[in-house]
Design a protein around this ligand. Structure first.
Ligand code: DP6
Length: 333
């Protein structure tokens, strides 16, 4: 059954304009537009093999069987592929991350995007980036953006859309358009984190600021998009910081609160501001559903930024990433 097997690789991405909140939970449609950079060298490799002798789907993540929750999410995507391709065989999914899961960047975006591409190819479905992106989005919204390389947007899905299930990311600019750097400051892990799905659903249900967040997000995404096209780091950076802090402020105002920041998070945010205000370096910070901080800067400034953030109290290590390509099929290893 070797023809029912395929592999793909996809990279992590970091949102410059943040997604936080769902317009439709069942269809997993975002309530706000988001804009991201697809990052090298943060790659997930995934192989999918449909096999009639398997009694159930299997999912190995970095060599270990995944837990029931992860397996259910993977199984739901596989079910959609099976329905579309007319297959009934269960599948074995083997996924490995080139970057440590503790790198401070979620592997779910690269993981679901690689899974979407590999499962479709294994089932004999044609390679179509928009379809791969929409299918990845259904599993995890941020994963839609990893389908494309460089700078990517996931727009709002208009309520009047005829096929909301086909809602996908769109490429904005290729990686070579603007070779920025993202310096990830990995901070000490504090308490167990609230996952992004649960965190945003709880925020939408209880934060008094959620309405303002949804209303103000499109303008921030437009600023980020225009700044990318014009290669204007000040414009992108200011809008990115505004988007980041609005998202976190909105989550912090939820009841009970959702706080992702830890003391080192604030120390790194202050260090980034000091680099900008005292050293004149164009560097801007963002943070997702965790305590780590990612700093956006020009390539020339990245070593200096990495050195400063690496020396900031509570930072375990830094990692420097750059714009990379979108999802690709992979030959058998
Ligand atoms: C803070 O894409 O993980 O990283 O759709 O529920 O799987 P689900 O959420 P997910 O949320 C990512 C949130 C974020 C911001 C972003 O990547 O845009």
């Amino acid at each position: 059954m070797s023809e029912l097997s395929a592999g793909a690789r996809a990279r992590a991405n970091i949102a410059l304009a943040k997604y936080w909140g769902k317009a439709d939970e069942a269809l997993n449609l975002p309530a706000v537009p988001s804009v991201s950079i697809t990052l090298d060298p943060l790659v997930t490799h995934t192989r999918v093999r449909f096999d009639a002798s398997l009694a159930g789907d299997r999912f190995l993540l970095d060599g270990a069987p995944a837990n029931a929750k992860e397996l259910a999410r993977v199984g739901a995507l596989l079910d959609r592929v099976r329905a579309e391709a007319g297959l009934s065989q269960r599948a074995e999914v083997v996924s490995t991350n080139d970057f440590p899961t503790a790198a401070g960047l979620a592997s779910s975006a690269s993981g679901f995007c690689a899974l979407s591409a590999a499962a479709r190819a294994a089932a004999g479905l044609p390679f179509d980036l928009a379809v791969i992106s929409a299918m990845a989005r259904r599993a995890s919204v941020s994963a839609a953006r990893s389908a494309y390389g460089g700078y990517v947007e996931l727009p709002l899905c208009e309520p009047s859309a005829l096929a909301p299930d086909a809602h996908a990311a769109v490429p904005l600019c290729p990686p070579e358009h603007w070779p920025l750097r993202v310096v990830v400051a990995v901070t000490a892990e504090g308490r167990k984190k609230v996952g992004s799905t649960g965190g945003m659903i709880h925020t939408a249900a209880t934060s008094p600021f959620y309405g303002a967040w949804v209303e103000s997000s499109p303008e921030l995404a437009a600023q980020v998009r225009a700044g990318i096209v014009a290669r204007d780091l000040v414009r992108v950076g200011e809008a990115m910081e505004a988007s980041t802090l609005a998202m976190h402020a909105c989550a912090m105002a939820a009841r009970p609160t959702v706080i992702y920041f830890q003391p080192p998070t604030l120390a790194v945010l202050a260090a980034v501001r000091a680099l900008r205000e005292e050293q004149g370096i164009a560097v801007y910070a963002t943070a997702d559903a965790g305590p780590h901080v990612k700093a956006l800067c020009h390539a020339d400034d990245a070593p200096r930024v990495a050195q400063t953030l690496g020396a900031t109290e509570g930072v375990l290590r830094t990692l420097t990433a750059e714009p990379g390509p979108g999802v690709e099929l992979e030959a058998e290893a």
